[in-house]
Each structure stands twice: as C-alpha cells, then as structure tokens.
Design a protein around this ligand. Sequence first.
Ligand code: ZN
Ligand code: ZN
Ligand code: ZN
Ligand code: ZN
Length: 227
Amino acid sequence: MAENKRTRGACAYCGREFARAGMTRHLASCPEREKVVEAANGQPGETGPLIHLQVQDAWGGDYWLHLEMAGSATLKQLDKYLRAIWLECCGHLSQFSVGGWRGEEIGMTRKAAQVFRLGVELTHIYDFGTESVTLVRAMDTRTGRPTTRHPIALMARNLAPGYECQECGGPATRLCLECAYEDERPGTLCGEHARGHPHEDYGEPMPLVNSPRVGLCGYEGPAEPPY
Ligand SMILES: [Zn+2]
Ligand SMILES: [Zn+2]
Ligand SMILES: [Zn+2]
Ligand SMILES: [Zn+2]
C-alpha cells in the first residue's frame, strides 16, 4: 500500500491530536486525563500498579494504540484485546515473546506487572502463517486505581490512515488484493471505482479498516475496541 505520512490519533480524554510519540508525552501531562485519574483514585478500593503501554505494528508503525493496563491483568487479556481491536480473522495461534522476533516466549498467564517493567518491549505474533507482528512497550507506570472497570483502558488510537484511490485519488475505502499482490499497485479504491473494478481472483475489493491486518488472511475487521 502507499506510503503515508505519520498517522495521528486523538487523546481519549481531551480529543487533541498527536502522532504516536507525541501522544506518549501528551498523556503524561494531559489535564483531562489527570482529572479522570484523580477521580478514580478518590474512589474506595485497592490500589495497584497500572502500566502505560504503547502498542504498534512492527512494519511501519502507522497503526498504534496507547493503553493503560492493570498490573494484575494477564497477558491473555491483552492478547484478547489485540485480537478484538486489530487482529482476529479465524482464531489463529498467538504468542508474546521478549527479546525480539525469536526471543523467549512469555506465558499468557503472566501478569502485566510481572512482565512490563519500564522500557520493556514484548513482541506479539498473531498467526504463524501470515504473521501480524505487534510491539508492546511499557512507557510509564503509576500506582493507583484503574480508571475503568476493565483490565485495559484505551487512551488513544491512530486515526485510519488516509489512503487514496489508485484510479482517481479520492479517499479509498476498499482494497483489491489482486492489484496489491499481483500487479504491485496500491489496490486502494474509492467506493465508485471498487464497484466497477475488474479483478475477482481474490474476491471483491475488501473494506479498508483501521488495523494492521488489512489485506492479510481475508481480514475485514470490525477492528473495534472490545470495550
Ligand atoms: Zn489529552
Ligand atoms: Zn485467518
Ligand atoms: Zn476512485
Ligand atoms: Zn484490482
């Protein structure tokens, strides 16, 4: 697919937009987030470690998430989250490892606080046939109460990359895999050009969703956060 300029995303607390790295800095000082954190910390209940995770696709980093994960939550819960928001097509195997691509596997029952010390980066692989590789890095930690009743909170996510239709340059909503795989063309199409598109060896042009798994193993989304 075509190269894009750095994708931006919106802060879930204040709505301001930043690129991936800028968002890390922003979240550390966002006044709206601070209010949510203080309100959560004012509630009764146990406190514990909470970890700010930066998640990105290993290829271009155009797709990214900033999550806050409870230290008591397991990697299995993170795996489920990643499957729901980005990856799940047909129930492939997945794993976390540390030390890069061929690093040491980290069991899914491990808890976030045991694994994610500051600066630690895990590699997540989904589907060992047509891999989707995701990097998960611990950017920050705090002690307090979770801001939601879920083990993971979505703090920010990239906006869908703005692909252009290969025929007219308008906004693309579909992807032709035959163009992309056989013809070395972008394969990105607007609605109108998708309708009249002549290729069908790989099926109809598929929806372009906000996920690094677009174009792999027939992935069509929904690419929505589970909560
Ligand atoms: Zn903000
Ligand atoms: Zn699949
Ligand atoms: Zn078009
Ligand atoms: Zn095509």
